[in-house]
Design a protein around this ligand. Structure first.
Ligand code: ADP
Ligand code: RBF
Ligand code: MG
Length: 153
């Protein structure tokens, strides 16, 4: 795993899930919960834009593995910085407006531009494989049991 301290990790964040760019990521099989700007503003300076992995919890539901993209999505040339989280779990319903808690524990790579959507999707799938493996390690798994995820009323 990439040295955590370098990127200001672990990063604990909590905020509302907002509407994203509506590009139909869901139809590509990779829905991403976009976090409210307040959370993005709280990111430490060392946390550069790029792809990360960690743990996520919607409201008081169980904690799941996640991958996250932070930045301007060079492929789409966004004008606003975004923080989007793909949770490695099948949800029955959308959860816009819910609170989402995340602990970011590792870094994968910088954001990149691609020649096609297919290349972008293939790369995201390889990010997911990396995240799954890393998060199974004891040092990462510990964070899934963090008090940060304890039930809140
Ligand atoms: P948007 O452009 O509005 O972010 P997406 O196509 O990225 O739209 O879909 C994101 C929404 O899908 C999330 O806000 C959430 O409500 C829902 N969703 C369903 N399953 C997941 C999942 N496994 N990970 C993240 N979001 C999911
Ligand atoms: N967008 C980019 O432009 N470049 C990237 O390198 C990139 N990496 C991503 C990695 C992950 C794990 C995820 C979930 C998203 C990534 N995105 C990236 C954002 C992607 O373009 C966005 O979710 C689109 O809406 C997918 O259609
Ligand atoms: Mg999204």
């Amino acid at each position: 795993m990439t040295e955590q301290k370098e990127f200001g990790l672990p990063f604990y964040g909590s905020g509302l899930v907002v509407k994203g760019f509506g590009r139909g990521s869901k139809h590509l099989g990779i829905p991403t919960a976009n976090l409210h700007k307040d959370v993005i503003d709280k990111m430490p300076e060392e946390m550069t834009t790029g792809v990360y992995y960690g743990w996520a919890q919607v409201q008081n539901f169980p904690v799941h593995k996640m991958v996250m993209s932070v930045g301007w999505n060079p492929f789409y040339k966004n004008e606003e910085k975004s923080m989007e989280i793909h949770i490695l779990h099948e949800f029955k319903e959308d959860f816009y407006g819910s609170n989402l808690r995340i602990i970011v524990v590792g870094y994968v790579r910088p954001e990149m531009d691609f020649d096609s959507v297919d290349d972008l999707i293939k790369t995201i799938h390889s990010d997911i494989d990396i995240a799954k493996k890393q998060l199974d390690q004891k040092s990462c798994r510990t964070f899934s049991k963090d008090h940060f995820f304890d039930k809140h009323s």
